[in-house]
Design a binder for this molecule. Structure first.
Ligand SMILES: O=C(O)CCC(=O)C(=O)O
Ligand SMILES: [Fe+2]
Length: 217
C-alpha cells in the first residue's frame, strides 16, 4: 500500500482546536490533502450498497433499524486500504492534538462511511446522551463533488442551549470537515436529492458505562 500524505501546509489544525475550545464546534474546508480526499472518495464510490448496512439508531442491545428517523447506509472503517489507513492515522493525530492542547483524554476513534441515497435524511438528534456514552467529539467529513443548492442534504447544527435555534447550515461539499461536542449539539441531515457521501466518526474516552467497558459498535 502506498503512503498517502493526509495533511498539507494549509491544514487548519490550530483553527479546529481553537474552535472547539471557544465554541464547541468547528466547520472547516481543506483540512485534508486533495490526495487523501480523492482516495477516500474513490474508496466509498466503489462500495456497493450490498456491502453496507442500513443504519440503526442506538447501539448494542437497543440496536434497531428505525427508518423514519434515519435512512443512510453505513460501513465501519478499518485500515484495509491505503486511503482508510491514512484517514485513521490522520484522525489519530488530531486526537493527540486535542489531548495535548485541551486535555480531553480522548482514547480512540471509530468511524464509518455513510451513504444517503436520494430521499435519505437523518432527523434531529444528539450523538451521545450525557453519562450514557463514550462518545465525546463527533466528526463528519464530506465527500461530494459539485454539490449544489438543489441537491439538498445540508448538515444543520443547533444551539447547545436551545435546540430550536439554528447556528449553522452547511452543504456536504468535498473536503469539508465538521467537528462538535457529541453530547451538546443537536444536528440533522436534510433530505438528500442525490447520493450523498460522508465519513462520520467519534473520538471516545475509555470510561466504563453501566459495567460495559468500552461498548462495541
Ligand atoms: O452527515 C452528516 O452531516 C451528519 C451525520 C450524523 O449526524 C451522524 O451520523 O450521526
Ligand atoms: Fe449525528
Amino acid at each position: 500500500m502506498s503512503v498517502i500524505q493526509p495533511f498539507t501546509s494549509h491544514t487548519p489544525f490550530d483553527q479546529v482546536v481553537a474552535d472547539i475550545c471557544e465554541k464547541g464546534w468547528s466547520v472547516t474546508d481543506g483540512f485534508f490533502s486533495e490526495e487523501l480526499i480523492e482516495a477516500l472518495l474513490a474508496d466509498i464510490s466503489e462500495l456497493d450498497n450490498a456491502y453496507m448496512k442500513q443504519a440503526g439508531v442506538g447501539r448494542s442491545n437497543d440496536h434497531q433499524v428505525v427508518l423514519n428517523r434515519r435512512s443512510d447506509y453505513i460501513r465501519w472503517i478499518d485500515p484495509v486500504t491505503s486511503a482508510r489507513a491514512a484517514f485513521l492515522d490522520a484522525m489519530s493525530e488530531l486526537r493527540l492534538a486535542f489531548n495535548r492542547r485541551l486535555f480531553m483524554g480522548l482514547w480512540d476513534y471509530e468511524a464509518h462511511f455513510a451513504r444517503y441515497e436520494e430521499g435519505a435524511f437523518y432527523e434531529k438528534h444528539v450523538d451521545a446522551f450525557k453519562g450514557k456514552s463514550n462518545r465525546v467529539l463527533s466528526t463528519v467529513l464530506y465527500l461530494n463533488e459539485a454539490w449544489g443548492d438543489q441537491d439538498g442534504g445540508d448538515f444543520v447544527l443547533f444551539d447547545e442551549q436551545d435546540e430550536n435555534k439554528e447556528v449553522g447550515r452547511y452543504a456536504p461539499i468535498k473536503g469539508r470537515l465538521a467537528v462538535f461536542l457529541s453530547e451538546d449539539f443537536p444536528h440533522e441531515v436534510l433530505t438528500a436529492k442525490r447520493t450523498r457521501h460522508s465519513i462520520a466518526g467519534w473520538f471516545r474516552v475509555n470510561n466504563s458505562i453501566q459495567n460495559n467497558v468500552d461498548p462495541g459498535q
